[in-house]
Design a protein. Sequence first.
Length: 124
Amino acid sequence: MGMAAAGGTPETLYARSMRFGVLRSTDGGQSWKPAMQTGNAASLFALAVDPAAHQTVYAGGEGGLYKSTDAGATWSKLPFPANNVVAIAISPAQPSVVLAISVQGQQGLVYRSEDGGQSWGKSQ
């Protein structure tokens, strides 16, 4: 349901599966292994890889926003101010700048972090 590329030779890929959570391939998509399993894998909506630090991956969904700094081996929940994340973007020029969109009611809200997801504010 979603994919993000981390680069490398061969290419490292991350995919979001409604059944298995986040999967990782280190051989350009030839084989896949679990990188993040959640109680409700279908609740994950968004994936993003830090363009400067390819080991750093963000995953977001109904449970909030998560970050891995070791290519998906371990994950930590970030202090994201909303209860869902439907899209994530990382600045290629300033990788510590992360944007995340949350949907609340009929409205999409854009949140901005300038420290890799440790603190957040609403974007104007």
